[in-house]
Design a protein around this ligand. Structure first.
Ligand SMILES: *Cc1c(COP(=O)(O)O)cnc(C)c1O
Length: 383
């Protein structure tokens, strides 16, 4: 990543689109690859998949998927069927794409046509996939999800026992694996982790032996007992800390530099922004930047947190507006900041998780909300 005062490598002058942009979002594909390799090393012989739902958590599945495939990733997950269809064009043939939501009724043939593997979450999804398999005279591949204690997706114990007792639908399909999802993996001491693992083992023992997958990013850090044959990280690949409260082992991936539109000097007691929720404590220099809540910078970040310039924090003052934020730039020496300069909203001094904390949310939501108006710079993998 470029350092905090030099958003562009000197070799790459900004192009016209970049000069027009209110903010520049830099996405380090090499860091995503390094993060995948780190997780794969931690997983040992278990496979490290990659979750690319929501357009790779807002970072661009079309750019992220080829980088991960080049690093060696062979298993991808998306949430929606249409995400899987779109992803097909960006990964090499033979790479497996799994659809977490499964197929909505009537979309099964389309799922099969694009060579996607649905996650079967309910008896209804199993029945429809089995019916298509029978109609095609071919056992179509799928993953079976069981609910081990989140009450969100997957077969209940009763659903599973009924499907096994009947046997026909399960015999008609090609079950490639069994999976579940942890509710509290980011709290290593939470008793739900061991409870879900025990329940996973008990329920999958009812099925013939199948490759198993339980963990997403944080689950990988609960230890080898949680690795099974495949893990499904998303957030950690993109730099979110999978073990909150401890040092983040992941490389930062995202950097957001916002343009200063206007500077002004104001006296003490000046009310700032909508609702006059802030007033300057003393004579102040204010900088208005071209990022707002329409760009996914949460309004909950009003009057909290800071952007950075030349190693100096510039606190957010007043409410976050739709298209702008006002910063207190008084701590900078006279003349240091100028209109058109870029200040760093997400970067080395304030990572995705810190921005999430400042805005009463989590890094995941900051990532997946990243604005469509940002100019995007993809930093290519280093060879
Ligand atoms: C989103 C999701 C993941 C990835 O979770 P992260 O916490 O981002 O690693 C894995 N599995 C399922 C079922 C998911 O919904």
């Amino acid at each position: 990543m470029p350092d905090s005062t030099a958003p562009y490598p000197s070799s790459a002058l900004p192009d016209a689109a970049e000069m027009r942009a209110g903010a520049v979002l830099s996405i380090d594909l090499g860091a995503i690859q390094a993060n995948w390799r780190l997780l794969q090393a931690r997983l040992g012989s278990a496979a490290c998949a990659a979750v690319l739902k929501a357009d790779a958590y807002g970072l661009g599945a079309a750019q992220v998927a080829p980088a991960l495939a080049a690093a060696g990733c062979e298993n991808f997950f998306v949430a929606h069927l249409h995400e899987g269809i779109a992803l097909r064009a960006h990964v090499p043939a033979g790479v497996r794409i799994h659809v977490l939501h499964g197929c909505f009724a009537g979309t099964e043939a389309e799922c099969a046509a694009h060579d996607l593997i649905p996650v079967l979450n309910s008896p209804g999804q199993l029945a429809a996939w089995a019916a298509l398999s029978v109609a095609r005279g071919r056992r179509l591949p799928a993953l079976i999800q069981i609910d081990t204690g989140m009450a969100r997706f997957g077969f209940t114990e009763a659903d599973l026992k009924a499907a096994i007792a009947d046997g026909r639908a399960l015999a008609a399909i090609d079950p490639r694996g069994v999976m579940s999802h942890l509710a509290c993996a980011d709290e290593p001491g939470h008793p739900a982790n061991a409870a879900q693992r025990a329940r996973f083992d008990a329920l999958r023992a009812l099925l013939p032996p199948l490759p198993a997958s339980l963990s997403a990013s944080s689950g990988i850090f609960l230890g080898p007992d949680f690795h099974y044959q495949m893990a499904r990280p998303g957030a950690a690949l993109y730099g979110v800390n999978p073990s909150p409260g401890e040092m983040n082992p992941m490389r930062p991936v995202v950097r957001l530099d916002a343009r200063v539109i206007q500077l002004r000097d104001v006296p003490a007691g000046t009310p700032v922004g909508y609702g006059h929720t802030a007033r300057t404590a003393g004579p102040a220099r204010l900088a208005t930047i071209a990022v707002g809540y329409a760009d996914g910078y949460p309004r909950a970040g009003s009057n909290t947190g800071a952007a950075w310039f030349a190693g100096v924090p510039l606190p957010v003052l007043g409410r976050v507006s739709m298209d702008s934020i006002i910063l207190d730039a008084s701590a900078l020496p006279e003349g240091a900041l100028h209109e058109g300069a870029l200040v760093t909203l997400i970067g080395p001094q304030r990572d995705i998780d810190a921005v999430g904390a400042d805005c009463c949310t989590i890094g995941y939501e900051i990532l997946t909300s990243l604005g469509r108006r940002y100019h995007r710079r993809y930093i290519a993998a280093e060879a």
